[in-house]
Design a binder for this molecule. Structure first.
Ligand code: ADP
Ligand code: MG
Length: 729
C-alpha cells in the first residue's frame, strides 16, 4: 500500500494493538462495580436509611437532612475505599455535553490536620458558579446563582478519583437550566396519566415506567489524521473532501468483521461501561466505513439518558488511549451515511411492557390498542414539535438525506397492527361486541400472532416505527442528549392519555360500560390520527406532497423548526403537565437559536481559513510548478511542439486560476453574509439569516475545493483525504 502522507498514530497500534485484558472476574461480577447501587447501599448504609432510600428511589418519597447525612457518609466510605478523593455534581446543561466541577473531600480537622468530609448538604445541593452556562436570559450574569440538586433515582458513580453525583441544574427562581429537570417532570406526567388509564384494565397498577433503549452510532478516525484536519478538530465534521473511489457502495462494512484495533477499543469501552453499570449488549460495524454502533439493554428512561451521556464521554476518553478520535457528529462525511441514535421507547408496569403484543385476552388486546393509539395521537398532534425536539444544526445534515429518516415525522405500524386498528375502526358495533352467553359482553378484538413480536417487516425509512414491543424513534441525532426527544415524546403521550381518560369517563358517566366507552373513544382517535400513519417510502418526493396535504409539518429549516416549541398547543401541553413553563420554553429557544448560529459561524470561519490558508496556497504552488514546466517545454522544443506538449498543463493552469479565484470571491461573499447576519440582534432572526444566507455558500465553496483536490498533486495536498480518513489501517 502507498505510504500515507500524514503521521498515522495508529501505525504503532496496528503492529501491536493495545492489549486489553479483561478483568479476572466475569462481566456479571464486575457489572456496576463503580456504581453506588442497591447492593452497595445495603452494605454501606444503616438498615433504616437503606429502607428510606429504596422508598425515595421507587416511590419518590422525600429525603430529610438526617437521612441525607447518613447516605453521604456511606457513600463517602465506599468511595474512599475505592481510591476516590473528589466529588462532583454531574449535570446536563443546555450545551449537549455534561458538566462537572470537582471538590475534594478534604476539610480541616481543627487540630492542624485534615479529614475526609462529605455531608448530606453537599450531596443534596450545591451552587456552582455557573454564569457561563447557556440560560437564554433566564439568569442574567449578575444573578449568577443556579443550583444543582441531587437526583437520587440515578445512582452515584465513580470516574477515576471522582465521585459523580447526577443532579438537576436549576436557576435560583426555579427554572430548569438543563435537560434532566424537565425530563423528570415529563416522566412523572406520563406515569400519572398512564397509570390512570391502566386502571381501566387492572385496578392494581400503581406505576407506569417509561423505558429507553438507545443505539449509539459513531465513527472512529485515526488521531494523527484527525489532528491534520482543522475542520474535524473544530467543527466535528469535514467541510470538504472528495468522495473516496470506494466508500460504502459495496456494503461490505455493515456487520463485517471488526478490525483488530477497533475490537481492542470496543473491548475496553465495554469493560469500562459495564463497570459503570451500563448494560452494553450489542456492538457491530455500521453501513459506512469506520462507522460502528453500540447498544445496551433498555432501561428506565432517566437512567438510560444518563448512561448515554456517560458513554459518550467515556468513549472519547477510551478512544484516545487507542489512538482514535470518536466522531459523534451526525454527518462527519459528505456522501456517506451519517450517524443517528435510535431511541427505542416503551411504557411498562411491573407486570410487563404495555406496548407488547399479543395479549391472551381481549382485555389485554384492548389495552394494547389503547396505548398504541394514544401514542399515535400524541405523535400526530405534536409531530412538528417532535421534529423540533431532535433538530439541531448538526442533525439537520442527516435528516432529509436519503439515509436517515426524512424531515417529516410519521409512523410505520406494519401490516398486522394496521389491520388491527382498521378492524377496531371499521367493524360494526356488533362485530366488536358479541353477546357471549353467560360471559356477557364479549369482545371481538382479533388475536395477534406470536410471530408479531419478532416482526422484521421493518420500514427503515420511517422516523417512528413500531417494532414489536416498542416504538423506535429513529430521527434522534448521534450527538444529541436523548432527553430532548424523551421530554417531548413522553409529554405528548401523557397529554393524549390524560385526554383519553377524560373522554372515556364522560361516556361512562352517561351510562356506557367501560369497554364500550374505551372502544368508542379509540375509534374516534384512530380516525383522527390517521394522517400520521405512513407505511410507504419516506424518502420519496410524493411523500412530501402527500404529507403536506395531510397537514403534517414539512418544514426543513432548522431555526424555523424550533419555532414549534412556542406554538400555542406546545406551551399548553408542557404547562398543563408541569413539564416546562412558557418562560422556560422561550429561554430554551433562545439558547437553541444562539447555538445554531454559533455552530454555523464557526464552520464559516474554518471554511474561510482552510480555503485561504491551505487550499489556495497549495493550488497556486502547484500551478507555479505547472507554469515552470510549460516554460521549460518552450525552452527545449520548437514553439508548435511545445504548445502541443503543454496542452494539458495549460488547461490545468487555467482551471486552477478559475477555481481559486472563484473560491476567493465566494469566501468574501461568505464573510459579507456573516457580517450582515451578525448585526441582527434578535437571536431568532439571526439564526434564520445564517440558515438562509450563510449556509448555502458552504457547498458552493466546497464544490470548487473538491474539484481542486482531484487535480492538485496528491503529495502536496494539505489535508488527509476521505480514503485515508475512512479506512482504518
Ligand atoms: P435493532 O438494531 O434491530 O433495532 P438493537 O438490538 O440494536 O436492535 O437495539 C434494540 C434496542 O431496543 C436495545 O437497546 C433493546 O434493549 C431495546 N428494546 C427492546 N425492547 C424494548 C422495549 N420494550 N422498550 C424499550 N427498548 C427496548
Ligand atoms: Mg434499531
Amino acid at each position: 500500500m502507498q505510504p500515507l502522507r500524514f503521521q498515522v498514530v495508529g501505525e504503532a497500534f496496528k503492529k501491536k494493538p493495545l492489549d486489553v485484558k479483561a478483568p479476572a472476574e466475569r462481566p456479571s461480577e464486575y457489572f456496576g462495580k463503580k456504581v453506588f447501587n442497591r447492593e452497595k447501599m445495603y452494605k454501606y448504609l444503616p438498615k433504616d436509611v437503606y429502607q428510606v432510600m429504596v422508598d425515595v428511589i421507587d416511590n419518590g418519597a422525600r429525603l430529610d437532612r438526617k437521612v441525607a447525612d447518613a447516605v453521604a457518609e456511606g457513600m463517602k466510605r465506599w468511595a474512599v475505599e475505592n481510591g476516590v478523593t473528589h466529588y462532583t455534581h454531574w449535570f446536563q446543561p443546555l450545551t449537549e455535553g455534561t458538566a462537572e466541577k470537582h471538590d475534594s473531600f478534604i476539610e480541616h480537622d481543627g487540630k492542624g490536620g485534615m479529614v475526609e468530609e462529605f455531608s448530606g448538604k453537599l450531596l443534596v445541593q450545591q451552587e456552582p458558579d455557573a454564569s457561563s452556562f447557556p440560560s437564554g436570559g433566564i439568569r442574567s450574569t449578575f444573578e449568577a446563582r443556579g443550583y444543582s440538586a441531587w437526583d437520587p433515582t440515578s445512582p452515584v458513580f465513580i470516574i477515576d478519583d471522582t465521585l459523580c453525583i447526577p443532579t438537576v441544574f436549576i436557576s435560583y427562581s426555579g427554572e430548569a437550566l438543563d435537560y434532566k429537570a424537565p425530563l423528570l417532570r415529563a416522566l412523572h406526567a406520563v406515569n400519572v396519566a398512564a397509570t390512570e388509564v391502566c386502571k381501566y384494565f387492572d385496578p392494581n397498577v400503581k406505576k407506569v415506567q417509561s423505558n429507553l433503549g438507545w443505539e449509539q452510532e459513531y465513527f472512529l478516525v485515526d488521531e494523527g489524521l484527525y489532528a491534520a484536519r482543522p475542520d474535524l478538530l473544530l467543527t466535528g465534521r469535514t467541510l470538504m473532501g472528495h468522495d473516496s473511489a470506494k466508500n460504502q457502495q459495496m456494503d461490505d462494512h455493515y456487520f463485517g468483521s471488526i478490525p483488530e484495533r477497533v475490537a481492542a477499543f470496543m473491548r475496553e469501552l465495554e469493560i469500562v461501561a459495564l463497570e459503570l453499570g451500563i448494560p452494553c449488549k450489542t456492538r457491530h460495524n455500521e453501513v459506512a466505513p469506520n462507522q460502528f454502533e453500540l447498544a445496551p439493554i433498555f432501561e428506565e428512561t432517566n437512567l438510560a439518558v444518563d448512561h448515554n451521556m456517560l458513554i459518550m464521554s467515556v468513549m472519547k476518553r477510551v478512544a484516545r488511549k487507542h489512538g482514535f478520535r470518536v466522531l459523534l457528529h451526525e454527518k462527519p462525511f459528505d456522501g456517506i451515511n451519517g450517524s443517528g441514535k435510535h431511541n427505542n421507547w416503551s411504557l411498562s408496569t411491573d407486570t410487563g411492557v404495555l406496548l407488547h403484543a399479543p395479549g391472551k385476552t381481549p382485555e389485554q388486546n384492548l389495552r394494547f390498542a389503547t396505548f398504541i393509539v394514544e401514542t399515535l395521537m400524541g405523535v400526530y398532534r405534536h409531530n412538528g414539535l417532535l421534529k423540533a425536539s431532535i433538530m439541531s444544526a448538526t442533525n439537520a445534515h442527516r435528516l432529509g438525506a436519503n439515509e436517515a429518516p426524512p424531515a417529516i415525522i410519521s409512523s410505520f405500524l406494519g401490516k398486522q397492527l394496521s389491520e388491527l386498528l382498521d378492524h377496531i375502526e371499521k367493524a360494526d358495533k356488533d362485530d366488536i361486541f358479541s353477546i357471549g352467553g353467560k360471559q356477557g359482553l364479549k369482545m371481538d378484538i382479533p388475536e395477534i400472532p406470536e410471530l408479531f413480536i419478532d416482526n422484521t417487516d421493518r420500514n427503515r425509512t420511517s422516523p417512528f416505527a413500531f417494532t414489536g414491543n416498542r416504538f423506535e424513534f429513529r430521527a434522534v441525532g448521534s450527538e444529541a442528549n436523548c432527553a430532548s426527544a424523551m421530554i417531548t415524546l413522553n409529554s405528548a403521550v401523557a397529554e393524549a392519555l390524560a385526554e383519553f381518560k377524560v373522554r372515556v369517563d364522560a361516556l361512562i358517566a352517561k351510562g356506557k360500560s367501560t369497554t364500550e366507552a374505551i372502544v368508542e373513544v379509540l375509534r374516534a382517535d384512530i380516525k383522527a390520527c390517521k394522517p400520521i400513519r405512513f407505511d410507504g417510502n419516506g424518502y420519496s418526493d410524493e411523500w412530501v406532497a402527500e404529507a403536506t396535504k395531510r397537514g403534517l409539518d414539512v418544514e426543513k429549516s432548522c431555526p424555523k423548526i424550533f419555532e414549534r416549541y412556542l406554538d400555542k398547543e406546545s406551551i399548553k401541553m408542557f404547562e398543563s403537565l408541569g413539564v416546562m413553563t412558557k418562560k422556560e420554553l422561550e429561554a430554551r429557544n433562545e439558547v437553541k437559536w444562539e447555538t445554531y448560529t454559533k455552530k454555523l459561524q464557526i464552520e464559516a470561519r474554518v471554511l474561510g481559513d482552510i480555503s485561504m490558508n491551505h487550499i489556495i496556497p497549495v493550488a497556486t504552488s502547484y500551478q507555479s510548478d505547472l507554469l515552470q514546466n510549460v516554460q521549460n517545454m518552450a525552452n527545449i522544443f520548437p514553439a508548435q511542439k511545445a504548445t502541443e506538449l503543454s496542452a494539458r498543463n495549460l488547461k490545468l493552469i487555467e482551471e486552477i486560476a478559475e477555481r481559486t479565484s472563484t473560491i476567493e470571491r465566494m469566501v468574501e461573499e461568505l464573510v459579507d453574509a456573516r457580517k450582515v447576519a451578525n448585526k441582527i440582534a434578535d437571536e431568532h432572526a439571526k439564526a434564520i439569516a445564517y440558515h438562509d444566507t450563510v449556509e448555502p455558500k458552504f457547498d458552493a465553496i466546497r464544490y470548487q475545493i473538491d474539484k481542486l483536490e482531484l487535480i492538485v498533486d496528491d503529495s502536496l495536498w494539505p489535508l488527509p483525504k476521505y480514503r485515508e480518513l475512512l479506512f482504518i489501517r
